[in-house]
Design a protein around this ligand. Structure first.
Ligand code: MG
Length: 219
């Protein structure tokens, strides 16, 4: 297969921002009077802001009006923005910059496929905004992962067939999204929780090593 589009999730794949989502949700949970663990936070990975809030409230056994939910989601985003306004390229995960440069050098397009509405700020702060041919994030889509929209949009814009796309994801919802349209789904993280992926690597350094062998043989 000649791959033409490498699509990267942001939080948890390229940048170590999952901890800031956790800290921000943790402040909200504390204010609402219940505890929220790192393990609970796994359920929020790759999930949109409003869906994350719904999961958080179900953990706390609370139900709020739509208006209250909008207010709390905005408050959470304020805390999160406080954290990410201070991030630097040091917060790129191992191999992130290298794998983006590598796929470009092999002639593939490089795209972002992130649920986050804050992706632009994160890409600017970490110095990788210029490494993308196409940026699709939470501001571009109407349906959240596991719907594949966030991945199909870059392929559609560049007229690339879905089976010529490779998706790099750290969330179960993202792996399901990629698989549902026949994209190669590469999990970054724990092989047990990402067992639906076509391949799983602990980090992008090892993923790059694999694809440098694979693309040399097949290109
Ligand atoms: Mg992610």
């Amino acid at each position: 297969m000649k791959y033409q589009n490498a699509i990267f999730d942001l939080d948890g794949v390229l940048v170590d921002t999952a901890k800031y989502h956790y800290l921000a949700w943790n402040k909200i949970a504390g204010r609402l009077g219940f505890s929220f663990t790192q393990q609970d936070n796994e359920r929020l990975k790759g999930v949109s802001r409003m869906d994350s809030l719904k999961i958080l409230l179900s953990i706390g056994g609370l139900s709020l009006t739509d208006e209250e939910m909008q207010r709390i989601a905005a408050e959470k985003n304020g805390y999160y923005l406080d954290y990410i306004s201070r991030i630097t390229p040091d917060e790129l995960l191992a191999g992130a910059k290298e794998i983006l440069v590598f796929f470009h050098s092999k002639g593939l397009n490089v795209s972002l496929g992130s649920a986050s509405k804050n992706s632009r700020l994160i890409l600017e702060k970490t110095g990788i905004a210029q490494d993308f041919d196409c940026i699709i994030d939470g501001n571009c889509v109407t349906k959240a992962k596991p719907d594949p929209q966030v991945f199909t949009q870059s392929a559609d814009r560049m007229q690339i067939s879905y089976c010529a796309c490779i998706v790099f994801e750290d969330s179960v919802a993202g792996i399901q999204a990629a698989k549902s349209v026949g994209m190669l789904a590469v999990g970054i993280g724990d092989p047990q929780s990402l067992r639906q992926a076509d391949k799983v690597f602990p980090d992008l350094l090892q993923a790059k090593q694999y694809f440098s062998h694979y693309l040399t043989e097949s290109y």
